[in-house]
Design a protein around this ligand. Structure first.
Ligand SMILES: Nc1nc2c(ncn2[C@@H]2O[C@H](COP(=O)(O)OP(=O)(O)O)[C@@H](O)[C@H]2O)c(=O)[nH]1
Ligand SMILES: [Mg+2]
Length: 246
């Protein structure tokens, strides 16, 4: 095989808020995976001028690095929805969700891509909880919260997925086309759950690929208690609505 990985028509969407310490390194690490990958950054007017750095890098990565600038911090969920719409309009086949903070290892992109391009997956999840708990450097409280949240979601929704709040995902274009993106309501962790639940209701083939998740070493987490309660109550209301609709 040549160096070309054949990752055609692939877009990695990275939402950013104050990621100046990570942005350049993450963009370069993703582009290193394949000459064919494109990146879309969705930045919410980060006060640390993350977007300005992206614009500088655009001169280096012409027609491969794209940027959507939004006026204010409006949550990761709505950032992805804008990114998804842009990706569909632009004709990409394989569309990734990925964080800017290196919690998701760019070297794993290829595994998720292959699951979708060759192994029949519609959605490939970079999963922390397939075999035990593959999380490095998270405080125990965060690990427990995330792990128990995943169990809770599995119990309530009935989805056979271990890592329901994972945010490292490859979608086939058809999945995003089939989900009514404007009906996605949640913005934090619940957004990740809701996307998986919508794909599950559409009977998509969802597979989990084991990955190791590492806590960020630079910049700050944007997790808030509002995001957690959105997830706890959101999951129940989401399930109830799906039952009523049947
Ligand atoms: N555009 C945008 N990106 C966000 C927002 N909140 C978080 N992010 C980005 O989403 C990704 C995950 O957020 P992070 O703070 O690492 O969450 P954590 O990993 O759960 O602690 C990072 O790339 C953040 O910069 C937001 O409101 N808008
Ligand atoms: Mg993070």
């Amino acid at each position: 095989m040549s160096i070309q990985t054949g990752m055609n028509n692939t877009l990695v969407i990275i939402p950013t808020y104050n990621e100046i310490d990570n942005i350049e390194a993450i963009i370069k690490a993703v582009f290193k995976q394949s000459a064919d990958i494109h990146i879309l950054i969705v930045d919410d007017n980060s006060p640390d001028l993350t977007a300005l750095k992206v614009k500088e890098l655009q001169k280096l990565f012409v027609n491969r690095l794209f940027l959507i600038e939004r006026a204010e911090k409006a949550g990761l969920g709505t950032a992805y929805i804008e990114g998804f719409k842009w990706s569909l309009k632009s004709g990409y086949e394989f569309i990734f969700e990925m964080d800017a903070d290196f919690s998701h290892n760019p070297d794993d992109i290829i595994k998720l891509y292959h699951a979708c391009s060759e192994e029949g997956a519609d959605v490939a999840i970079g999963s922390r909880y397939v075999k035990g708990v593959n999380v490095v450097n998270w405080p125990l409280g965060r690990v427990l919260l995330s792990y128990l949240a995943s169990k809770y979601v599995r119990l309530i929704t009935g989805m056979n997925i271990h890592d329901t709040t994972a945010g490292f995902i490859c979608y086939k274009r058809a999945v995003l086309e089939s989900i009514e993106l404007d009906t996605i309501k949640f913005i934090g962790y619940a957004f990740q759950i809701e996307m998986k639940f919508k794909a599950y209701l559409k009977k998509c083939n969802i597979v989990e690929i084991p990955v190791i998740f590492t806590d960020r070493t630079r910049g700050e987490s944007k997790l808030s208690s509002g995001i957690i309660s959105e997830a706890i109550f959101g999951v129940i209301s989401m399930k109830l609505k799906s039952l009523i609709k049947k």
